[in-house]
Ligand binder design. Structure first.
Ligand SMILES: [Zn+2]
Length: 854
């Protein structure tokens, strides 16, 4: 649709002549419980000034119908002024009032106003999600972050519902079966940050208060919400506990009172992302309400997200990037603050930096080695490009680089800079230079060259130790060799590790230094005895790939699990995974390391990422001739560790899930079936509902789950989660019919909600079914452009990335991908980016396979 993909140039042009004084938005969602009702009434009145009277402009709006348009009392015909994406108006006055009345659509894709009906009790729930640009699916907007304004929402909804928005409600009036909620005007915020949540939500209310430096008291009403049918699983106390710790911590660090009044946190169904930082009305995916036992890693992850979103109230909501080029100005900071806050706020999640080093950074390393990588400060020309930039660079690499910046300027200067930044730019918009200005003031250092190296160039460096010793085994030179397209200044610690009397690998020396250029000598190391292990980037201060000298690598092969310190061990795991991905360590060697040492891995988050990576190593990076053998070894290992694990422990659950993911042989599948039937038991293992579905998925993928059995499980768990997992099980069956049905459900119709699109894709894509799914490689490349033009970008992205024939890890698929890319130079850049990334994953798999074969 022309005009849907707003460009940066258009946004700049619009901002150069307009200033918005305020929006009044009226929504009538009384029709929502009726599944036959496709639309709701939306009336927007926006008051704005124009510095060039007589000029023309447009509002963004994606609506099935526009009923009326009125500009300064003059009626404008929607038939000529509305083109499906924009409301065009001309003859602007210096001060304008524009009213647009439209029928907007309830969403199934999680974009705009999403509607969900709970299969448990038939209740309907609504919530909005907009970032980067879907407010225009709900009301007429100037959809760009730098046209901030106060918003006043009025929502008419079924009388029994609770309705929430960014601000508190001022009045509620009931009229028959409907109730109208009038909300207070918000502070000036960006369109993508506005929110409405409506439905019979369960509410846990609480309160936070704090004495401020000026002697006044800040009062913040708190609430945590979820669907009624999830209320019995809702651990609101834990959620609100983390919330209060976070509010204390960020007030200490940021020295700027929470600016948005109340703080609601709503756990919503079929959410496309983890969470969204709507001021005063944060939305989270409801999978964070745990129906069954999860490991502590899941609680840590949720707490991290709570703090991430809370940090956004300052980084992003109070001070907002001017355009999506500087998305990192909020996401990198929030990502950093999620981990920093878990420690600083004294939550019980003390291994947050281990998780960060091992999992968050893995996302960054992967993304930064794709051909589509980009500097942290990106060049974002339009909204489609913006949508794809919520990626491992903007989040995880940006956060890693901020961690390095803290090591570089010190945390005092860093946070003092943040405080000045909030005060100076409150309710405004910023760019990179605004941040550098405050940090240079507080640190006294020139940060332009640092920014050029770290923020304005792409790619990851690898650091390799070079070690020479004399006849007595003493170090004569230790050097750090830096590789990469751009060499950067790295503040790092070098750890020298040796065996202690118990046989554990422990740090005997820590040397901190600046690494610059291609080769840096670690002068302090000279004369020391040669250690068993040299660990570069110990303590994980910088962002780089760590390599090893040959002797250190031998030490790891024999004793990676002997490293006592959790963070050091996580760094070692991360490094050997990078070696495997880079085709420098055979996949089967990596699998052997996991099988040998994962059973002793104490950190549950690290263990779960080892499971994921070991499975990927076998499915994609191993020589295909060894794949079956590798799979058997993983399943045998999983069974062994499951039986050995402490009863009732997180580790036991993680191994049970890993067994479900790897089970293939009769022995493993027999146990899976026995666990489901209750005829087999593992002491301490509660086969609860979520684990049951994981076990059913194993049977379904092996062709051993009957239709009636799966239907029976759904009948026992006819919930949102149950339906999703049932759908995935159906699609995971190893038959041509199952694959065809899943493919068709996603591709041939847009009736399915986002959650079931995802479930079908996940079930379809079982790696072991590569012979069945091979048939879909050619149709996949044929349908790409149609999907991109016909579906919303959220769904199109899922289809393009999800159905890419990634299990077809052979040269012919690579050739097909290349042929499509060569033949479609004019395809949408965002679509090409996705295909290029999948293609690169495939090329990487082929390189890793060659390494494994050799
Ligand atoms: Zn964020």
């Amino acid at each position: 649709m022309p005009g849907k993909n707003l460009s940066r140039d258009e946004a700049q042009q619009r901002a150069s002549i307009l200033a918005v004084d305020g929006y009044r938005v009226r929504l009538d969602v009384t029709s929502a419980p009726d599944p036959a009702a496709a639309v709701f009434r939306s009336t927007t009145t926006v008051a704005f000034r124009c510095s060039e009277p007589g000029a023309a402009t447009f509002l963004d709006l994606l609506a099935p119908a526009v009923r009326s348009i009125t500009l300064n009392g003059r009626t404008i015909d929607p038939a000529t002024a509305y083109d499906g994406a924009r409301v065009h108006v001309d003859g602007l006055a210096a001060e304008n009032v524009l009213t647009v009345e439209a029928d907007c659509a309830y969403s199934r894709t999680g974009e705009g106003l999403h509607r969900f009906t709970d299969p448990v009790d038939g209740e309907t729930y609504l919530y909005t999600h907009y970032e980067p640009a879907d407010a225009r699916r709900v009301f007429a907007t100037f959809e760009q972050p730098d046209l901030k304004a106060p918003f006043t929402f009025t929502v008419t909804a079924p009388a029994a519902w609770d309705v929430r928005s960014n601000a508190v409600h001022e009045t509620v009036t009931t009229e028959g079966a409907a109730r109208t909620w009038e909300f207070a005007p918000t502070k000036p915020i960006s369109t993508y940050l506005t929110a409405v949540v409506a439905g019979p939500y369960h509410v846990a209310a609480d309160h936070y208060s704090r004495e401020l430096a000026d002697g006044t008291t800040l009062d913040v009403p708190l609430a945590a919400l979820c669907r009624k049918s999830l209320a019995r699983y809702f651990d609101a106390d834990e959620i609100l506990g983390v919330t209060k710790l976070g509010l204390d911590f960020f007030h200490e660090e940021f020295d700027y009172p929470y600016p948005f009044g109340k703080y609601d946190q709503v756990f919503v169904p079929e959410y496309n992302i983890g969470a969204m930082e709507n001021p005063g009305c944060v939305t989270f995916k409801e999978e964070f309400v745990f129906r069954s036992k999860v490991t502590d890693a899941a609680y840590e992850s949720r707490a991290n997200v709570i703090l991430h979103e809370m940090a956004h109230m300052w980084f992003g909501d109070l001070v907002t990037m001017r355009w999506w080029d500087d998305l990192w100005l909020k996401e990198s900071f929030a990502d950093f603050m999620g981990s920093y806050g878990l420690i600083g706020a004294r939550t019980r999640y003390s291994s947050a930096w281990v998780t960060f080093a091992n999992q968050r950074k893995a996302w960054a390393y992967r993304q930064d080695q794709l051909p589509t990588t980009h500097p942290i400060t990106a060049d974002i020309r339009d909204l489609e490009a913006a949508k794809l930039n919520f990626d491992g660079i903007t989040y995880a690499k940006g956060a890693s680089v901020l961690k390095q910046l803290v090591a570089y300027v010190g945390s005092k200067a860093f946070f003092e800079g943040a405080r000045r930044y909030f005060k100076r730019h409150a309710f405004g918009n910023t760019e990179l230079t605004d941040l550098l200005d405050v940090l240079e003031e507080t640190s006294g250092r020139d940060l332009r060259s640092w920014a050029a190296a770290w923020l304005q160039t792409a790619g990851v460096n690898s650091l390799t130790p070079q070690l020479t010793t004399d006849a007595a085994g003493r170090i004569t030179e230790l050097a750090v060799v830096q590789d990469g397209d751009v060499l950067r200044p790295h503040r790092i610690a070098v750890g020298l590790y040796d065996r202690d009397p118990d046989g554990a690998l422990v740090r005997s020396e820590r040397i901190e230094l600046d690494v610059t250029g291609a080769r840096t000598v670690v002068a302090e190391a000279v004369g020391r005895p040669r250690p068993a292990l040299v660990l570069l980037n110990d303590d994980d201060l910088t962002y780089c790939k760590i390599r090893f000298d040959p002797d250190s690598l031998e030490t790891l092969r024999a004793g990676l699990g002997d490293i006592r310190d959790d963070l050091a061990r996580a760094l070692a795991w991360s490094a050997v995974w990078n070696l495997t991905r880079d085709g420098l360590m055979p996949a089967r060697d990596y699998v052997a390391l996991v099988l040998r040492f994962a059973g002793r891995e104490g950190n549950i988050g690290v263990l779960q990422s080892l499971h994921l990576q070991a499975k990927t190593a076998v499915d994609l990076y191993a020589d295909p001739a060894w794949r079956a053998e590798g799979g058997r070894r993983l399943a045998d290992g999983a069974l062994h560790e499951l039986r050995a694990a402490v009863p009732g422990s997180d580790h036991q659950l993680a191994w049970a899930r890993f067994l479900a993911q790897t089970a293939g042989g009769a022995e493993h599948l027999g146990l899976v079936r026995g666990l489901l039937a209750g005829s087999a038991r593992i002491d301490g293992l509660d086969v609860d509902q979520e684990l049951r579905w994981a076990l059913w998925l194993a049977l379904a993928a092996a062709g051993q789950a009957g239709d009636e059995e799966l239907a029976g499980e759904l009948a026992a768990d006819n919930t949102a989660s149950g339906r999703r997992q049932y759908t995935q099980c159906l699609a995971a069956r190893p038959t041509p019919e199952a694959k065809a049905a899943a493919w068709s459900a996603v591709v041939d119709s847009d009736e399915l909600p986002n959650a079931l699109v995802e479930a079908n894709i996940a079930g379809f894509s079982v790696a072991a079914h590569r012979d069945l799914t091979a048939l879909y490689a050619a149709p996949y490349f044929k349908l790409l452009e149609r999907v991109w033009s016909e579906r919303t970008i959220e769904i199109a992205m899922r289809i393009v990335a999800g159905f890419f024939p990634r299990a077809q890890t052979g040269e012919p698929t690579l050739a097909e991908a290349d042929a499509w890319l060569d033949g479609h130079p004019q395809a949408a850049p965002a679509l090409r980016r996705l295909v290029l990334e999948c293609r690169d994953d495939l090329a990487r798999a082929l390189r890793a396979q060659a390494c494994d074969r050799a």
